[in-house]
Design a binder for this molecule. Structure first.
Ligand code: COA
Length: 109
């Protein structure tokens, strides 16, 4: 699941709105079977970075000059404990584990 953007009206900031929104989003994501939530934010958005780190999001990487020339950081969080892992086999086919039988690409029958 990808969060495109998040903003709280200045008059309502610092009262836990964003935290509650993110927590609710994680619950909805879990209910819908999502494993991982990811988002990106500008380097300069210190409040947002604090928020995401406080909620347990990990830095994944950087997007250089992503938007109006500004560098962005990518954050993510696993929201489901039984995350299906993607195994890349020697023959380069990909197999999802037993918990996710929806997609199986394999040349091995
Ligand atoms: C970032 C933003 C969404 C936070 O919304 P909020 O409702 O004020 O945040 P919350 O009250 O839920 O705060 C949760 C945590 O965020 C961090 N945080 C929020 N405002 C902060 C500030 N001014 N300075 C530092 N940390 C801040 C804190 O870690 C806070 O936890 P704490 O209250 O235990 O200290 C809000 O400041 C905003 O809309 N900013 C402008 C837009 C933006 O930067 N969007 C994010 C880009 S994707």
């Amino acid at each position: 699941m990808h969060v495109c953007s998040l903003a709280v009206l200045p008059a309502h900031q610092n009262s836990g709105v964003a935290r509650r929104l993110m927590e609710r989003l994680e619950t909805v994501g879990q209910e819908k079977g999502c494993c991982k939530l990811f988002l990106h934010t500008a380097w300069a958005m210190k409040e947002a970075i604090q928020l995401y780190e406080k909620l347990g999001y990990m830095k994944e990487g950087y997007l250089r000059e992503h938007f109006y020339g500004e560098d962005f950081m990518v954050f993510s969080k696993f929201i489901k404990s039984s995350t299906p892992y993607l195994r890349v086999q020697a023959n380069h086919s990909c197999v999802l584990n037993q918990q996710n039988k929806r997609k199986v690409h394999s040349s091995r029958g």
